[in-house]
Design a protein around this ligand. Sequence first.
Ligand SMILES: *Cc1c(COP(=O)(O)O)cnc(C)c1O
Length: 376
Amino acid sequence: MTGRIGLSTPDLGATEEEFLIRAFRSGWPGPSGPETDRFEVEVAARVGVGHAAAVSSGTAALHLSLLAQGIGAGDLVVVPTLTFAATANAVVYTGARPVFVDADPATGNLDVDLVAELLLAPPRPGSRIAAVLAVDINGACADYDRLLPVCRAAGVPLVEDAAQALGSTYRGRAAGSFGRIGTFSFSWNKIITTSSGGMVVSDDAALIARCRHLATQAREPVPHYEHRDVGYNYRLTNLQGALGRAQLRRLDGLVERRRTLRERYAKLFATVPGTRILGDGESGSNCWLTSLVVDPEVAGWNAEELGAHLRERDIETRPMWKPMHRQPVFAHCPARVTGAADRLFATSVSLPSGSALGEEQISRVLDVVDEFLQRR
Ligand SMILES: *Cc1c(COP(=O)(O)O)cnc(C)c1O
């Protein structure tokens, strides 16, 4: 069988088609509308929080979550160095500066000891750390049992970038619900997609109302156009809301498929020395991406060789994110690093993880991995 196999591709079917067509025929594509409103209520219920505002992307959700808390110029925000650039970009949009913190090598999530050190002694005397922005990497929640008390003791709010983690839990609680405010992404490659989209969630009604206000050009509720703040055109459209509602109905099944795929990789690599699956043992993870970490000294081969072997056979792979403190655009930002994220970047390969992969495609990936291992 041929055809490119992607890392994480959209999983859309008859339910999505039905919801989209119904919204289309309602004659109300957008801006927001009844489908957007229902999508917000349903996501809030799923996450177990009081309020949600649907927006045009996960990046917009992050931007608003910071703005709504009054974060801006002069502030510092703790950001994991191992994340997608959007997390750090959103901080810069507000005028604040990211302070990068390294990862726990076992999970890839924030190193809580480093966060604790940083909150006790900020990088610049007199500077205010306005928030800790935690990312649930590959869908596995950060170590909130330890992180939340550290933030609470310092009086610094936690913001949860749960872009990758819809459907995940940590100690039985849903991802997205751990911070003062949390964000999701419904980008094309996330666990559910609205083609592009995002959500801000919180128990704080005023914060979410503020996000919604800023997302709709900060238009005051009067008949003429009145604006007291700089606003944004960040709302999720009614059509996208319909797509999101259909995807949300299928979420448990989509998580199940990714988890099963993770288990098959885990089984394959269980007997391969020098390999481990990042965050394996995080039972609540939605398994959004499966990243293999390879110790080349023990394995006798490295992650890049496996990645290249798969790519040559039209199977998409990628190393984990290049750490933010290594990015030219963020080189001037303060950072507390141990080298853990650098090592994960250098020794990891993310494997096709999408729920849309059929049995034939999965078998092909596993066969090609097997073929690589046989040749070593
Ligand atoms: C995808 C992602 C985002 C950005 O979401 P978009 O919807 O693409 O804007 C932010 N943070 C993390 C960790 C992500 O994976």
